[in-house]
Design a binder for this molecule. Structure first.
Ligand SMILES: [Zn+2]
Length: 399
């Protein structure tokens, strides 16, 4: 479970306390930091020294009014270190070198199918990442961590995909070890919907602690943020809504072997199948809806109702204040959302929907890359990691 609040919820010692305060980017003086942490000014000065040596903070840019004297304020140096964000989709790979706020400094993408297997896909990632680092003017030494999103279930603790249905050759593959043979930094792996939920929340709903992000594309899944924390569940499959049974259907066969699954009725390929020759692919469904085709609009609206039925149970379970619908099918626009709202507002208890917002993803295709960078940043800037870096630095200087 990752605490996605900037301050973190876990215990920490003095250096990290100071750093966690400065993570918001606002410059502060030694006196302010002493007041906020309750530490002696001499202790604050020592800690600031360590964090400055690590390159994580530095003197704030001097304001013109101070007449060019060295600044007495300190701030996060978001651009001094970088993370690598990797979004591996069913048919694409996107990567970015990002600063410590998640802002991409250089980006690349390629049309590589995940079915080519882990060695082929990850070899491209390594090669492309090296050239991105060069483009951004950075070296391996500037890289603090790597975040990776995969289109299937992932055991988060080990970073290994577990029985991923659309990823032949990836089952139990040690993704972190493969990348660490080239980059000696922590590698965090999660499924793509979880990282999209992180990205969407950070950009569009930073104050919201209870949010469900639903991806409707080739498959259907959700990233669940409850109490400010991303919830992965015991085996990492929390939010895997695609194979929940929808009540109107008990015949349509799903690739999982059951019938009437949400994914078999409301995913992009399912809608393409419903519409037949007019829409050979998911993108054709979106295009038809956008061109005003009534059959396509009705099919997408029904998909929204099916999704709404499943989400109604989720709402009763975790009482979210925001549901975000993303993924390729969300590009069909308001028709999908309208179907969701129709069922959710009719079937949920009024108190649960009183302030509930159901909306389209505002981050879109970039949510996954942003989320992958946040996965890396939240790990590497956590109180424990910062403390470990300070200890390593102290060891190195006393050696
Ligand atoms: Zn199924």
């Amino acid at each position: 479970m990752v605490d996605i609040s900037p301050g973190g919820a876990l215990g920490s010692s003095a250096t990290s306390d100071i750093f966690q305060i400065l993570r918001d980017g606002r410059p502060r003086t030694r006196t302010e930091l002493a007041t906020l942490t309750g530490l002696a000014r001499s202790t604050v000065a020592l800690r600031i020294d360590s964090l400055t040596k690590l390159g994580l903070i530095g003197p704030a840019e001097t304001a013109p009014s101070t007449g060019g004297r060295p600044s007495s304020q300190f701030a996060l140096r978001a651009g001094n270190k970088v993370v690598l964000a990797v979004d591996i989709g069913a048919t694409h790979v996107r990567i970015a070198v990002s600063d410590l706020t998640g802002r991409p400094l250089s980006e690349d993408e390629a049309a590589i199918a995940v079915t080519e297997g882990p060695e082929a896909v990850l070899s491209w990632v390594i090669e492309a990442s090296d050239s991105l680092l060069t483009t951004a003017g950075r070296s391996h030494g500037d890289l603090l961590a790597i975040g990776v999103g995969l289109p299937g279930p992932v055991e988060h603790s080990s970073g290994r995909p577990i029985n991923p249905p659309i990823m032949p050759g990836w089952d139990n593959f040690d993704v972190p070890a493969w990348l660490q043979a080239h980059f000696a930094v922590p590698v965090l792996v999660d499924n793509d919907v979880n990282i999209m939920a992180l990205g969407e929340r950070e950009v569009a709903w930073p104050q919201v602690g209870h949010l469900i992000f639903v991806k409707v594309a080739t498959g259907i899944g959700a990233g669940v943020i409850s109490g400010g924390m991303l919830q992965r569940g015991a085996q990492g499959v929390a939010g895997d809504l695609g194979h929940v049974r929808v009540s109107r259907d008990n015949e349509t066969l799903c690739h999982c072997g059951n019938t009437g699954c949400l994914e078999a009725l409301a995913s992009g390929p399912a809608l393409a199948k419903t519409l037949g020759a007019d829409a050979p692919s998911s993108q054709d469904v979106v295009d038809l809806v956008r061109s005003g085709n009534l059959d396509a609009i009705q099919a997408v609206r029904q998909a929204g109702r099916d999704l709404g039925e499943v989400l109604t149970a989720c709402i009763s379970l975790i009482n979210p204040s925001v549901i975000v619908v993303g993924g390729a099918m969300a590009q069909a626009g308001e028709h999908l959302i309208a179907g969701v709202r129709e069922v959710v507002y009719a079937r949920s208890m009024p108190l649960a929907t009183q302030h509930l917002q159901i909306t389209q993803s505002s981050v879109g295709a970039n949510a996954a890359v942003l989320g992958a960078s946040l996965l890396a940043i939240h790990h590497v800037l956590s109180p424990e990691s910062v403390e470990a870096m300070v200890v390593d630095l102290a060891d190195a200087t006393t050696r």
